[in-house]
Design a protein. Structure first.
Length: 352
């Protein structure tokens, strides 16, 4: 199904602790921020990627749309994301069929070797990455129907019309990177509940993995050790961070083990990627995003431990904010996924 680039549609990021909305508009060749909003969720509404309290989620969705900052959100059409831990993403290669019409069946047959669920249990989508020497390289994405269907039903009950369910890694890379970005990069998305590691190489996402660290766990460690409340702990993360010269290096000492564990997991992911992807490039950069990346000097610590340049990502790489409408700096990294979802509407290809 084809939609015009100026179609009225917005990105909706559904997380376990918050909902975020971003709507963009096009003016000439520029893509501008038109609306944004955030609504926090109680932990019991969504747990382990599953909706537990549908009515409360519907109320939160309605509040999110009605109280948006900027232009009033008039559309019900959305591009949204499904729980990262419940989705599958895989780079595969198959022989080019003589007839293009045969490609779907060939993909389905190959998918059986990569996804631990039957075709009847999943929704499947794919994107052609390259074609040469009689081979086609595809990026496939799949999600269990018993995960996707409840989200679709809840969104429709709230009056929203989901046009696209996207895998989170695709939205994040679209937000942080440009078409000119080449080479291999690692993106670390620090979420409240879980952290995702994305490897971007050959201008696609061949590999993702979840890491055993989260923004909430780090905050809990700070609150317990320093006997602070959660609000004070969040301020300490920004003011003191992991800088050894600030606050007498208190947080660096407390979180040293967590940072060691994180960098060990990143090293394992790099080793796995090099060993299992023959055409992989050397990782040239690590980009940090997500609300948990609002941590002073975290990029410096990771860079020093891994010997790879690290930086805080810029979710506004491909959009422009105005003086009248700006997402607060301390919240910007939390909107990375929502911005990437909203940008999908401006891609010069069909929305499937």
């Amino acid at each position: 199904m084809n939609y015009n680039l100026d179609n009225n549609i917005f990105g909706l990021d559904i997380g376990e602790r918050a909902l975020r909305l971003v709507q963009l508009k096009k003016r000439g060749k520029k893509i501008l921020l038109a609306s944004y909003n955030e609504v926090t969720l109680n932990p019991e509404i969504i747990s382990n990627g599953q909706i537990q309290k549908e009515e409360e989620l519907i109320k939160a969705l309605n509040k999110l749309v009605k109280s948006a900052n900027g232009s009033r959100v008039k559309t019900k059409k959305i591009i949204t994301v499904l729980p990262e831990a419940k989705t599958f993403i895989k780079l595969i290669e198959i022989s080019s069929p003589e007839n293009k019409e045969d490609l779907p069946e060939l993909v389905k047959e190959e998918v059986k070797n990569h996804i631990p669920l039957s075709l009847e249990e999943i929704y499947l989508d794919w994107q052609i990455i390259s074609q040469k020497s009689g081979q086609i390289k595809l990026l496939i994405g799949a999600v269990p129907k018993d995960t996707a269907d409840p989200y679709s039903a809840t969104l429709e009950k709230s009056g929203l019309l989901p046009y696209v369910f996207e895998i989170e890694a695709a939205a994040i890379t679209r937000s942080l990177l440009t078409k000119n970005d080449k080479g291999a990069k690692i993106i670390i998305d620090f979420g409240a509940v879980r952290t995702g590691l994305i490897i971007y190489d050959h201008q696609t996402v061949p590999f993702t993995v979840s890491l055993p660290i989260s923004g909430n766990k780090i905050t809990e460690t700070i609150t317990k050790t320093l006997k602070l409340n959660s609000e004070e702990a969040e301020k300490a993360k920004v003011v003191c961070g992991l800088d050894s010269k600030k606050c007498e290096g208190a947080l660096l000492k407390i979180l040293l083990q967590s940072m060691d564990d994180l960098t060990k997991q990143i090293k394992k992911a790099i080793t796995f990627y090099k060993s299992n992807f023959p055409n992989s490039n050397e990782i040239s950069e690590i980009i940090l995003c997500g609300g948990g990346a609002n941590f002073s000097s975290i990029d410096q610590v990771i860079s020093e431990k891994l010997g790879i340049p690290a930086k805080i990502g810029n979710p506004f790489t491909n959009i422009i904010q105005s003086k009248k409408l700006t997402i607060p700096a301390n919240k910007s990294l939390s909107y990375t996924t929502a911005i990437g979802l909203a940008l999908r509407a401006f891609e010069k290809k069909d929305l499937l």
